[in-house]
Ligand binder design. Structure first.
Ligand SMILES: [Zn+2]
Ligand SMILES: [Zn+2]
Length: 147
C-alpha cells in the first residue's frame, strides 16, 4: 500500500477513520492509533470503536456452571474462543460422568467421585472466567484477540 498523498512513498499504516494509506510524514498518532492529517485536522479522531467485542467473564463463568445440570464442560472456554481447551474439558467432563455412573453402582464410589466432579466443574468454570479476563486485557493492550 502507498501513501494517499505521496504515491511513491510506502504507507506505514492506514488511517483509523478513513482507511487511507499513510506514510510516516502524513500520519498522526493518537492514543496508539494512526490517523491521516486530514482526519486529525478535522477532529475525526474520536476513540476508535473496536470491532472485536469483548468476552464477558460473567457469561464465561455461567457457561462454566452448565455441567451442574448437564454433562457439558468446557462451554465457557469455547465461548472465550479456546475451542481446543474447551473440548479437552468436555472430554474430561465425560470421564467424570462415567466415573460418577460407576460410582452409583458401587455406592461408596460416590463419596469420592461426586466431590471430585464438583471440584472439577468449579475449576473449569473459573478457568473460563480467567480466560475471558485475559482476552479482554490483551484486546485492550494490543487491539487484537490473544488467540
Ligand atoms: Zn483519515
Ligand atoms: Zn504521505
Amino acid at each position: 500500500m502507498k501513501c494517499y498523498s505521496h504515491k511513491d512513498e510506502d504507507a506505514i499504516g492506514s488511517c483509523k477513520t478513513c482507511n487511507k494509506g499513510i506514510c510516516k510524514n502524513c500520519s498522526v498518532e493518537v492514543s496508539r492509533y494512526l490517523y491521516c492529517r486530514d482526519c486529525a485536522a478535522s477532529g475525526h479522531i474520536g476513540p476508535a470503536i473496536n470491532p472485536l467485542s469483548k468476552k464477558d467473564p460473567t457469561i464465561a463463568l455461567l457457561f462454566g456452571l452448565v455441567p451442574i445440570l448437564l454433562s457439558l464442560c468446557g462451554l465457557g472456554q469455547m465461548y472465550v474462543g479456546r475451542v481446543k481447551r474447551g473440548l479437552a474439558f468436555l472430554f474430561l467432563g465425560w470421564i467424570f460422568a462415567i466415573l460418577n455412573f460407576v460410582g452409583l453402582i458401587f455406592v461408596v464410589g460416590l463419596c469420592i467421585t461426586t466431590p471430585l466432579t464438583f471440584v472439577f466443574i468449579i475449576w473449569q468454570a473459573y478457568d473460563a472466567y480467567k480466560l475471558a479476563k485475559q482476552y479482554n486485557d490483551y484486546l485492550d493492550k494490543t487491539g487484537k484477540p490473544p488467540w
